[in-house]
Design a protein around this ligand. Structure first.
Ligand code: PRP
Ligand code: URA
Length: 206
């Protein structure tokens, strides 16, 4: 299932990020803010369990989140989504997948992986601002499924139709959330109109 979060605040902030004149500081700040707004929607259907709490006036039958939540940023750029979501879910655990995309082949290469040990029973949010060919997202999802993850949501800012199709084909059980679905990939695998190279813009490396 794919959900595109057409919300005026998200679109407004994403427009600032897309603007090539936007510098690192504002790029990061808007990414942080969008991450929080997206988290609210992504978590809308999280399973809950009944609990009873004692208020100053008596007992209240209510609900609490049922599962652990694990945030899994795809390094580097996915790290930019962690703080905004963690602000809303401070108890979330964080795992990491280090992948870089070979500029010639566009294939992902793994250089790091470290996860908490409860992926099987957790709701796992895989985070990456960009879903281009879908190779990196698919590789990250492959990796966490090998470690038992079953409940997986992929949270990206900007997606290309090619990437969405690739993830839907390989992992039809994974829900995909985007802030925007863009037009296409260019000849070197960048999303058009997109926002350029997310990692470089977050970390000022170009
Ligand atoms: C970017 C982006 C995604 C990937 C998307 O990362 O953050 O991880 O490319 O492309 P794909 O869908 O075609 O795999 P990159 O490999 O540039 O690494 P970085 O985050 O370290 O800059
Ligand atoms: N990675 C990025 O950072 N941007 C794109 O447009 C595609 C892949």
């Amino acid at each position: 299932m794919i959900t595109i979060l057409n919300h005026p605040l998200i679109t407004h902030k994403l427009a600032i990020m897309r603007n090539k004149e936007t510098g690192t500081k504002d790029f990061r700040q808007n990414l942080d803010e969008i991450a929080g707004l997206m988290a609210y929607e992504v978590c809308r259907d999280l399973p809950v369990k009944p609990i009873t709490v004692e208020t100053p006036m008596g007992n209240c039958d209510t609900f609490a989140l049922k599962n652990d939540i694990v945030l899994i940023p795809i390094l580097r750029a996915g790290l930019g989504l962690v703080n905004g979501i963690n602000d809303l879910i401070p108890t979330a655990k964080v795992g990491f997948v280090g992948l870089y995309r070979d500029e010639e082949t566009l294939k992902p290469h793994e250089y790091f992986a470290k996860f908490p040990d409860n992926l099987k029973d957790a709701v796992n949010l895989v985070l990456d601002p960009m879903l281009a060919t879908g190779g990196s997202a698919n590789a990250a999802i492959d990796l966490i499924k090998e470690r038992g993850a079953r409940n997986i949501k992929l949270v990206c800012l900007v997606g290309a139709p090619e990437g969405v199709e690739a993830v839907e084909r390989r992992h039809p059980d994974v829900d995909v959330y985007l802030a925007a679905l863009d037009s296409h990939l260019n000849e070197v695998g960048y999303i058009v109109p997109g926002l350029g190279d997310a990692g470089d813009r977050i970390y000022g490396t170009k």
